[in-house]
Design a protein around this ligand. Sequence first.
Ligand SMILES: CC/C=C/CC(=O)SCCNC(=O)CCNC(=O)[C@H](O)C(C)(C)COP(=O)(O)OP(=O)(O)OC[C@H]1O[C@@H](n2cnc3c(N)ncnc32)[C@H](O)[C@@H]1OP(=O)(O)O
Length: 719
Amino acid sequence: MARYARVKGSIALITLTNPPVNALSAAVRRGIMESVSRALKDEQVKAVVFCGENEKFCGGADIKEFSGSMSGPPLVPLIHSIEAGEKPMVAAIEGVALGGGLELALGCHYRVANTKACLGLPEVTLGLLPAAGGTQRLPRLIGIPAALELITTGRHVSAQEALQLGIVDQVAQGSAVQAAMELALSVIGQPLNPRRLSLRAPVWAPDVDGVCDAALAQVKQRSRGAMAPVACVQAVRAAAMLPYSKGMERERQLMDTLFRSGQAQAMQYAFFAQRNAGKWSLPNGSQWNNTRARDVQRAGVIGLGTMGRGIAVSLVKAGISVVAIETDAKQLESGKKAVTAMLQRDAQRRGVSPPLHLLTFTLSFHQLRDVDLVIEAVFEDMNLKKRVFSDLCKVLRANSLICTNTSGLNVDELAAVTDRQPLVVGMHFFAPAHVMKLLEVVYGARSSPEAVATAMALGKRIEKVCVAVGNCSGFVGNRMLKLYLDQSVYMLEEGATPEQVDQALEEFGFAMGIFKVSDLSGLDVGWRVRKASGLIGPDVDPVKPSRWRLGRRYCPLPDMLCQQGRFGQKTGRGWYLYDSPGSKEAKSDPEIQTFLEDYRRKYGIIPRRITSQEVIERCAFALANEGFRILEDRIAASPEDIDVIYLFGYGWPRHRGGPMFYASQVGLSVVLEKLEHYHRIHPDVPSLEPSRLLRRLVAEGSPPIQQWKSHIKNLRSHL
Ligand SMILES: CC/C=C/CC(=O)SCCNC(=O)CCNC(=O)[C@H](O)C(C)(C)COP(=O)(O)OP(=O)(O)OC[C@H]1O[C@@H](n2cnc3c(N)ncnc32)[C@H](O)[C@@H]1OP(=O)(O)O
């Protein structure tokens, strides 16, 4: 797992060989240890160069090993033996040097990268810290402030930035291995102590304590309850305050705590869940590795509202030609201005020229005749979308795909009006579409595997995290969201305030509570959907609207807010008050408190104290319970897919893994018990009734989440 070769007469070249990213598995660590010892013993060898096979230096520790018992030589003494070696050691960094990979390079006496390399210490994104000396060596190389920034964010830096920061000694235009060998030959015989980072004092900075305090405050504010960023700051502070050996001790203690924490498990689960989502499968057995995607060179975007604009920007940024269509000249012009401005801003930030030549703005559907695929992003109205779909069939090539950006309408019903049902899929983007990472690719009953493969591949190309999901109202994300929203507003009826609910959710780790998010998205959106679905109609009493609709509990509070023109941020008033329409800072609104008190009085509800624990349990377990139903219904292929949707589309905190992972971590029997409890109290809320799948999994002994998929397969026949 590490290849040894003597090259240029006096250089030992040690190549890490563990595709795809040369992760530091036990076998690789053993291979490095044996190779280093051989190089140090061989009198012909005067210097050592480390590199990775396939032009990838090293992606860090093997994350898969973290869930089992660790074996093989530990990394810390291994890196120490490299640093202490009496022959110059040079890291030749190509591709990636991440985590333990970069720590290995920091143990070397010199580092050379090629221009395409990227470097970083992303352990914090896995709920860990760089515990192979990274928190102690990096500050000694680049100083406390820069090390704090890199270690607490896990940000990857380019070779050029690494050179500026002082992480690498040289950036090679061509092969980093060749350049490293030349450097190695040139430094033979030079003293090594000045190059041993563990012997250095950290680069001096004024008021180190103040810098660390500021970093701590910043990470606490940014990461809301995540332990790893805080531990990263503590470890770097130790590098500034303590001798190297004591700093290493502190690093190890902090790592031990993190490693055992549920947060690290959640974040490592999220890492693999994200990658597994790309390995989609359909109930008919078609999947990512047996279906070919079509190439998409030209795409159409219908509708240049907020969503269409973001979609057009994402496509063009990936080098795809876009024909953008509007039906109204004024709308077309304002869409064109907005898309152009977004592309210009992005290009300016990246120091390139905006790819405006890839864009055509037009009022004419005929310009779509050459496109490979169309994404419809018109208003969320079934009849309008059907009209667009049948119009498209008149102009498109017979083999062009038609995709809809609906956030929950029936994809089969839309496909049925076309002449190409197998070529219709949903591509559900999240607003703003050029920023949000998630894309739900929705397959209908007649969507062809090729159409799904094409939408998934296109999503990947425009740098989205894609999840293939089945067709049902709201698909996965919004179907679950509805129940989470329901619980939140029921709790307002029962005695909570929007502030209390939001605070509990934010302390749990959400960047924003549900009421702040609702204000941001616009309360009128849901109002319109409820009207269209028949929940609100002329028969509803305007003075005392019913709290019982379509056979279950209904909370009219959001409708009543909309009737007052409180649509959220856009009107300056929603669940919160804003300084002016469009401003973002949510302030408590005494009018809302009075409104809620009047409401409870009107319906004879005696308010009670609702704890943060109840908020989290009702919201999170309602989400997970619907997730189980979604798995029963085969709308999602795995609990991981559901979690990825919530992590990337709905702000679920990464250190909690996702709603399904959270349920597994809390314990399925606890979740079942709690749901039974809440359902007993609220029998008029069917969504709180524990799902059959949850009951069966508990009866099967609550298997770990990684095993649910096979249990679901077996259980499905009994359900
Ligand atoms: C005490 C010592 C402590 C050390 C701490 C650490 O080192 S923790 C690990 C730190 N490293 C990382 O966090 C890097 C994680 N990997 C990535 O960010 C990316 O994979 C990449 C290296 C930038 C490559 O990205 P790319 O998009 O090209 O590929 P994928 O992400 O799809 O990955 C390809 C497959 O490789 C698997 N993989 C990647 N990194 C690791 C790893 N460190 N350990 C184990 N496996 C890894 C990944 O899961 C993919 O596998 P598939 O089976 O193909 O899905």
